[in-house]
Design a protein around this ligand. Structure first.
Ligand code: PLP
Ligand code: COI
Length: 357
């Protein structure tokens, strides 16, 4: 893919950048540039470019605004102590975007083009990659949307793929502390044959009312059950879940309708390497309740790119409050194993890092 580059003539100045990077929060500040490439059936992917970051001008009839035909990804660039900058398993994000795009009837962006676009963004906005202390990183948001001006309901004949980047600190205000969960029994995230396994905006739009319900009940995040039986734990609004048993084994829900996280899959590998037996299976909400009460479940945690690995606190629901298990020992060990690879403090045994700079 040939990428043309037009640099901004008004980059954020060094003093302001230092201020932003000292406390970036999440999703608040954006770098000086953005990447764009267009697709049509006749031309395929074309007109790849890096330009100054700025607003888009969209016709009010642009398809994505009406029918939500879009997909996105979330990944990070990590700065190591020696100054080098690395992506974590970018080919996994590229492949998941292809799967998501197939589900949304969007064109496939080849893995190599996806990685090239993300790398080009990291290179052009390198000064926005924070130092790694405090687990800061540069969050990258590739996304693809139906950009054709047309109100008929059919796959868009003009599609735009973009990458924007945003320096990131802790996803949750207040940093690493247990996240409290609200169990929604009214709303579901994904039905059989639906889009649950795809990373697409509609899934997040439909989660917001449940998240509002969680906030009303004083909880940080919402946990969804399967749509068919309302029995099996699926995931949180933006994170996958893990249960640690007293014998050291670990269970993570698998239902076919969850978003299969790259953090989730990395943790399965790391936990097995650390000697834990890890099972992916359907996991009933009653098994969670009874397990905590009987002491069979000793830790619960959640994971995702933005939020990394976080212990789960109380589970609240219409039926009452289930306390958090006391321990976070295994959670924190797994968390360290993961972030130590990402920030270059541990050997990259599985070849997960891709050096960009
Ligand atoms: N589940 C949902 C609904 C998410 O939005 C995310 C975040 O991307 C995850 C799980 C975790 O996925 P990953 O580890 O690839 O970031
Ligand atoms: C991520 O972890 O990358 C996510 O996409 C979660 C959320 C910010 C949507």
């Amino acid at each position: 893919m040939e990428i043309s580059t037009t640099l901004t003539d008004s980059p954020v100045d060094d003093a302001r950048l230092a201020e932003i990077l000292s406390d970036p929060g999440f999703g608040l500040h954006f770098t000086d540039h953005m990447f764009t490439v267009e697709w049509t059936p006749e031309k395929g992917w074309h007109d790849a470019r890096i330009t100054p970051y700025g607003p888009l001008t969209l016709d009010p009839a642009t398809a994505v605004l009406h029918y939500a035909q879009e997909t996105f990804e979330g990944m990070k660039a990590y700065r190591h102590a020696d100054g080098s900058v690395h992506l974590f398993r970018p080919e996994a994000n590229a492949e998941r975007m292809i799967t998501s795009s197939q589900r949304l009837a969007l064109p496939e962006l080849p893995v190599d083009d996806f990685i090239q676009a993300v790398e080009a963004m990291v290179k052009v906005d390198e000064r926005w990659v924070p130092e790694g202390e405090g687990e800061k990183s540069l969050y990258l948001r590739p996304f693809m949307f139906a950009s054709e001006k047309f109100l008929g309901v059919r796959p868009s004949q003009h599609v735009t793929f973009m990458v924007i980047a945003s320096p990131a600190g802790s996803y949750f205000k207040g940093g690493l502390k247990p996240v409290s969960l609200w169990l929604t029994e009214e709303y579901t995230r994904a039905g059989r044959g639906g889009m649950g396994a795809a990373k697409t905006g509609g899934n997040y739009a439909s989660s917001l009312i449940a998240q509002q319900e969680a906030t009303r009940h004083g909880c940080d995040q919402v946990v969804f059950l399967d749509a068919q039986e309302g029995v099996y734990v699926e995931e949180l609004g933006g994170m996958n879940m893990y249960f640690v048993h007293a014998d050291g084994s670990i269970t993570t829900p698998a239902t076919g309708t969850i978003l299969e996280g790259i953090t989730r899959s990395s943790i399965i590998t790391l936990a097995r390497q650390m000697g834990h037996e890890v099972t992916e299976r359907r996991f009933a909400i009653d098994e969670w309740r009874k397990g905590v009460e009987s002491g069979d479940i000793v830790e619960v945690f959640a994971c995702g790119t933005a939020a990394v690995v976080s212990p789960v606190g109380e589970l609240r629901s219409a039926a009452g409050t289930l306390p958090a298990p006391e321990s976070t020992e295994t959670t924190m060990k797994i968390r360290s194993a993961l972030v130590d690879v990402q920030f270059g403090r541990a050997d990259d045994t599985f070849g997960w890092l891709r050096r960009v700079l």
